[in-house]
Design a binder for this molecule. Structure first.
Ligand SMILES: [Zn+2]
Length: 242
């Protein structure tokens, strides 16, 4: 990755991009890549449980807390270009207009790489919906004949799926493991911005260490301490076995 790399990250809810890809995102930012982040919802309904325990809580207040958490977290990761689309979550519905909205965003960003949710998540239908949504919009973005879009078509980006919360139950297999040792501190700080989901911080800290172990075992590189795992939507293509 370098300053010619465009990475588009699509996160279903407020914190997903941090728990599942924060170290990798910070790595791309550090390398000078152009990182664009779209957060489709605040996760106000399904991923803000601690906030709803407060008496007299309102939807507007939950959203505003989550907005400040997002803003603090992206600061830790160094992301500057971000949008929150404020879709309703749990459950999230995708309309043709929304597909067009994402298609336009993809053509504008022209990403070589998209990072989003993988196809299976046993306990989170929104994540599966978003996986399909991003896949479809990205394929449409490559087609010259799509209606109502002025922006030129793009080449098919590579798409990588986040590791779901319950990996084995969701049939997740790490197909790519990214070393995040250099940006782990940033990820840890970003995770700590999410007070509404405090219980997840230690869980994802442990997961980064576990994947770090796998990274060492698979590569022989003992410098890898922390890592994040992803699935691939398409096969790796090249001129040799790499
Ligand atoms: Zn989520």
């Amino acid at each position: 990755m370098d300053q010619n790399t465009n990475l588009l990250v699509v996160s279903a809810h407020a914190g997903d991009f941090v728990w599942r890809g924060g170290g990798t995102i910070a790595k791309y930012v550090k390398a000078g890549a152009k990182v664009s982040l779209v957060i489709l919802s605040y996760g106000a309904r399904g991923e803000s449980n601690d906030l709803w325990k407060i008496e007299g809580q309102t939807l507007d207040n939950v959203k505003s807390v989550r907005r400040s958490e997002i803003e603090a977290a992206i600061k830790c990761l160094g992301v500057k270009d971000y949008e929150i689309w404020d879709y309703q979550d749990y459950h999230m519905t995708i309309t043709p207009e929304r597909t067009l909205q994402l298609l336009k965003k993809i053509r504008k960003v022209q990403p070589q790489v998209i990072l989003t949710h993988g196809p299976r998540d046993a306990f989170n239908p929104d994540h599966e919906t978003v996986s399909r949504f991003v896949f479809e919009a990205s394929v449409l973005a490559t087609s010259a004949g799509v209606r109502d879009v002025e922006l030129p078509k793009i080449k098919q980006p590579k798409i990588f799926g986040f590791e779901p919360h319950q990996s084995e139950i969701s049939d997740f297999k790490p197909e790519v493991i990214v070393d995040i040792t250099d940006t782990y501190e940033q990820k840890y700080e970003a995770m700590n911005c999410f007070k509404a989901q405090k219980h997840l911080i230690e869980y994802y800290a442990a997961k980064a260490a576990l994947r770090g172990n796998h990274a060492r075992r698979c590569s022989g590189n003992q410098q890898y301490k922390y890592a994040e795992a992803f699935s691939r939507f398409f096969p790796l293509v090249g001129g040799e076995l790499i």
